[in-house]
Design a protein around this ligand. Structure first.
Ligand SMILES: [Zn+2]
Length: 212
């Protein structure tokens, strides 16, 4: 498994390119800067097979339509509970002062917890992680112990819940019941900032610490 993290937009959202040894690739949360992402995917010689989205915020989905069109691939995710965010993409552009994009919907919602997505030699389990948004999902590579979990759990921080549809207690439950049960050495690639591990956050995250 190979990973390259490319920060996109002025929010420095972490878009992850993930590929296997045959260069079969997925792009997780291509939030903007589509030309930069297209160039990098071509430089690496990747065979992009699928776009995965953790949730419907603009800085996570903003380049998905361009990548979809350019590489002729599908867009999967998030859970359908985020449909209102996708429909509100033009309003999100104005509110966040980012580039404008028309509303779009994914080709397929990921509504089932535990669904497996296989692309070449890659395998991800879909985790439902509501709280930051109601339809937020994460993509877990159990074999390589890497979790792509968007704006749920950050190094020393947690996702915001003050947007419409956000809920603090739901977010805490997602972290405790779905993420903190992963092995401690699982690497968490968050939507913003540097990566961390489940064990490190269980010990030191000021918002969701687990006393041992
Ligand atoms: Zn977000």
């Amino acid at each position: 498994m190979n990973i390259e993290i490319i920060p996109v937009t002025s929010f420095r959202q972490n878009c992850s390119l993930v590929w296997d040894d045959n260069k079969s690739a997925v792009a997780i949360d291509p939030g903007g800067d589509s030309q930069k992402l297209i160039r990098r995917i071509e430089e690496l010689g990747l065979d992009l097979k699928l776009i995965l989205l953790t949730h419907g915020h603009l800085d996570h989905v903003g380049a998905a339509p361009q990548l979809k069109q350019y590489f002729d691939v599908k867009v999967w995710g998030s859970n359908q509970a985020d449909q209102y965010w996708f429909e509100a993409l033009p309003e999100q552009s104005k509110k966040f002062g980012l580039f404008e994009i028309p509303a779009f919907l994914p080709d397929r919602w990921l509504n089932e917890n535990g669904e497996k997505i296989r692309i070449g030699e890659l395998e991800f389990e879909v985790l439902q992680l509501p709280g930051h948004t109601p339809g937020h999902v994460g993509f877990i590579d159990h074999k390589n112990k890497v979790a792509f979990t968007g704006d749920v759990l950050f190094k020393q921080c947690i996702g915001r819940t003050d947007f419409i549809g956000g809920d603090h207690q739901t977010l805490l439950n997602s972290i405790k019941e779905r993420m903190y049960v992963l092995p401690d050495d699982t690497i968490v690639i968050a939507g913003h900032g540097s990566y961390t591990t489940i064990g490190q956050e269980k010990r030191t995250n000021p918002f969701v610490k687990v006393e041992s």
